[in-house]
Design a protein around this ligand. Structure first.
Ligand SMILES: Nc1nc2c(ncn2[C@@H]2O[C@H](COP(=O)(O)OP(=O)(O)OP(=O)(O)O)[C@@H](O)[C@H]2O)c(=O)[nH]1
Ligand SMILES: [Mg+2]
Length: 300
């Protein structure tokens, strides 16, 4: 039990348009990988909590799907997950990409303003060689748009200025007792994290279209001894024609997905994992609200 006068505890949402580096930022705070990342947009589909604790502070970071415009059911649920995240938090990190203020950023900023929560603007990717000289002018321009809000340049990838950002977040946190165990680092189950790791490999290893038509369902996750788990997972695709693409030539693609996922799982869980993957066709799962709910996309 912590003393509520001495400790600070709060929820901090990480929001922004797709691909600005929100999940990379969460992982930088935690000093380890929790949330999956990819160079392609719309990688994060579910809200995920990452918990960071020191002697006096506990921050629950809420990583959210990038807010964007789309009418597909899954994308609507992803947007809703991001919106819902805002109503329950104590503060917001609004992540933008250095040198790139788009209409989508403006839209996200509007939503944040309406929430009336303490906000920091995080200008990410300042390490990119193509815009290093453009960082200062960008911040100056941004300051005219996001008035009365602190702007903090960082590189989530290189973990530059993350400590300083953390100090600023501490100032925004309310006093209160810790809400989680000091050893906890996420609210998500190993089962969920296993599915996400597989989805990351699909995003990273496959072409530009098929990954968006896939979902992952862990059907079995069993500790067969104290240091060994057996995991069976199904990769869902929307159309029969996508199945051979996920399998690859003589099964080479799914083999690689399985190998890379298993290595990440070994590291994340700290025990050995035996992983079996299958591919199944489930027609239009991404537009089928019932299928989406069973896959954990509905958070209302
Ligand atoms: N150069 C550079 N690249 C970065 C940085 N932060 C993130 N990236 C890259 O940007 C891409 C997107 O990163 P993510 O963390 O997946 O972005 P996101 O905002 O979570 O994206 P969604 O979940 O799709 O909304 C990845 O290729 C990252 O490696 C950074 O500080 N510098
Ligand atoms: Mg993400």
């Amino acid at each position: 039990m912590t003393d509520s006068q001495k400790t600070k505890f709060g929820y901090v949402a990480i929001v922004g348009r797709p691909n600005v580096g929100k999940s990379t930022l969460l992982n930088a705070f935690l000093g380890q990988k929790l949330s999956i990342t990819c160079r392609k947009p719309q990688t994060t589909r579910h809200r995920i909590h990452g918990i960071l604790t020191d002697n006096e502070h506990q921050i629950v970071f809420v990583d959210t799907p990038g807010i964007h415009q789309s009418t597909r059911q899954m994308n609507r649920l992803m947007n809703r997950a991001a919106h819902n995240a805002l109503s329950d938090v104590d503060a917001i990190l609004f992540v933008v990409e250095s040198g790139k203020w788009l209409e989508e950023d403006q839209r996200v900023f509007q939503i944040i303003k309406e929430s009336n929560k303490p906000t920091l603007v995080v200008v990410n990717k300042v390490d990119r060689p193509d815009n290093r000289n453009a960082v200062l002018p960008f911040i100056e321009q941004l300051a005219e748009v996001v008035t009365n809000t602190d702007i903090v340049p960082v590189s989530a990838l290189k973990r530059d200025n993350i400590q300083q950002l953390q100090q600023l977040i501490y100032q925004m946190l309310p006093y209160g007792e810790f809400g989680f165990d000091e050893d906890d680092f996420t609210d998500r189950s190993a089962r969920f994290l296993a599915a996400e790791i597989i989805r990351e490999k699909l995003m990273r290893l496959m072409g530009d279209e098929v990954p968006y038509a896939t979902a992952v369902e862990v059907e079995r996750f069993e500790m067969v001894s104290s240091d060994r788990a057996e995991i069976n997972a199904v990769i869902l695709v929307e159309r029969a024609g996508q199945k051979p693409i996920v399998l690859g030539k003589s099964g080479s693609m799914i083999k690689r997905i399985g190998q890379e996922a298993r290595l990440d799982m070994n590291e994340m869980f700290g025990y050995r994992v035996h992983l079996e993957l299958w591919v199944k066709v489930r027609d239009n799962w991404s537009d089928d609200i019932r299928a989406l709910k069973s896959l954990g996309y509905d958070e209302s």
